[in-house]
Design a binder for this molecule. Structure first.
Ligand code: ADP
Ligand code: MG
Length: 332
């Protein structure tokens, strides 16, 4: 017999929540009309929310564990991009039916991340309807230390973590039979993004501006340029160096066309890497962070006073037209 709404909450979700008042300052978790949490002194709260809809953000074939993992990972990534420490989350789940196996696998995907990041599920909503998952997350950051997207400074170096473009290459493989380890790695990057939480916190006081790449490097960089130009009331542009863009072995070996590789790197979405800027004097500090966290951090360009986004190759600068995912204005 299928479980009721309250069976589901009790059976699957209460054990993702802390049992007792804990160091994470949960005064009251799941069960009442609202959770009670106690923010720490001298910290600012960060709040973010992301929805994953079936057929839009993931396909019907996607495994429940991957969906659970990704729904939480993309929210952790938003806290990472602000330089924050994730603390609490709520889960609004819309399910076509009460399916015990689906729910158990979905929770196992979330639990994998909870082993790495001690965030507590403190409430939510469970309803019947087309499959959709919304997670709202809260985190904290020392007052005024948050990394913002509107803080690009002219002359800054621009950096990207990891290997952008791999998730988009993985998406292109979704309907094919996976034949080797590299293809499997690209698909993994699509389904299991790694939120850069520790690095985000380490970049406080070092990075000027930061964003996580969800829509695509060109699109998210444009968001930073627009926000910074507006916030600082001065023209702000960026020039990327084509030779510096990181191309992973998996991308190189799986996608033969160099034009297509670059398309994925510049415009592919869903990587959840951090794109940030820092003063040139920080170069060695950033190299040391890359070593410390075992994560590639590549300098890919510079913030310039000429508005627009450019790609420099063989001493020539070409404008890049930002492209990326927009739910209501799909542009290739
Ligand atoms: P209410 O009717 O007061 O809004 P609900 O009956 O929807 O509360 O939920 C009962 C309790 O279970 C609440 O504390 C709510 O936060 C929690 N809850 C409901 N669905 C979920 C979920 N998917 N994940 C975590 N907690 C949930
Ligand atoms: Mg109520």
């Amino acid at each position: 017999m299928s479980e009721s709404e309250f069976d589901i909450i009790h059976h699957y979700f209460t054990d993702l929540s802390p049992a007792v008042t804990d160091v994470r300052s949960v005064v009251l978790g799941i069960g009442d009309d609202a959770a009670i949490v106690q923010p720490a002194q001298d910290q600012q709260l960060l709040i973010a929310i992301d929805t994953l809809n079936c057929g839009v953000h993931f396909s019907e074939q996607c495994s429940p564990a991957d969906i659970g993992y990704k729904a939480l990972a993309v929210n952790l990534s938003d806290i990472a991009a602000m330089g924050g420490e994730p603390l609490w989350f709520t889960l609004a789940l819309s399910l076509p039916e009460s399916d015990p196996q689906w729910l158990a696998e979905f929770c196992s995907g979330m639990r994998e991340l909870l082993q790495q990041y001690p965030v507590s599920l403190i409430g939510g909503d469970t309803t019947r309807g087309p499959l959709s998952i919304t997670i709202q997350i809260a985190g904290q950051v020392p007052a005024t230390a948050a990394l913002r997207r509107d803080q690009l400074s002219i002359g800054d170096d621009l950096y990207i973590t990891g290997n952008p473009g791999e998730a988009a290459a993985g998406l292109a493989l979704s309907d094919t039979v996976i034949v080797n380890e590299q293809q499997r790695q690209l698909l993994q990057r699509l389904h299991r993004p790694e939120p850069r939480v520790a690095l985000g916190q380490a970049l406080r006081g070092i990075a000027h501006a930061c964003i996580d790449v969800s829509d695509g490097l060109s699109a998210d960089l444009s968001h930073m340029l627009n926000a910074s130009a507006e916030h600082q009331a001065q023209p702000t542009g960026a020039c990327l160096f084509a030779e510096s863009l990181p191309v992973s072995a998996a991308l190189q070996d799986t996608v033969s066309s160099i034009t297509q590789q670059r398309e994925y790197i510049l415009h592919g979405g869903d990587d959840y890497e951090l794109c940030f800027s820092a003063a040139p004097e920080q170069k060695q500090v950033i190299e040391a962070l890359a070593m410390q966290y075992g994560l590639a951090i590549t300098c890919i360009g510079q913030v310039i006073a000429e508005p627009g986004l450019f790609l420099q190759e063989n001493q020539q600068r070409q404008p890049i037209t930002p492209a990326g995912f927009d739910h209501f204005r799909y542009y290739p």
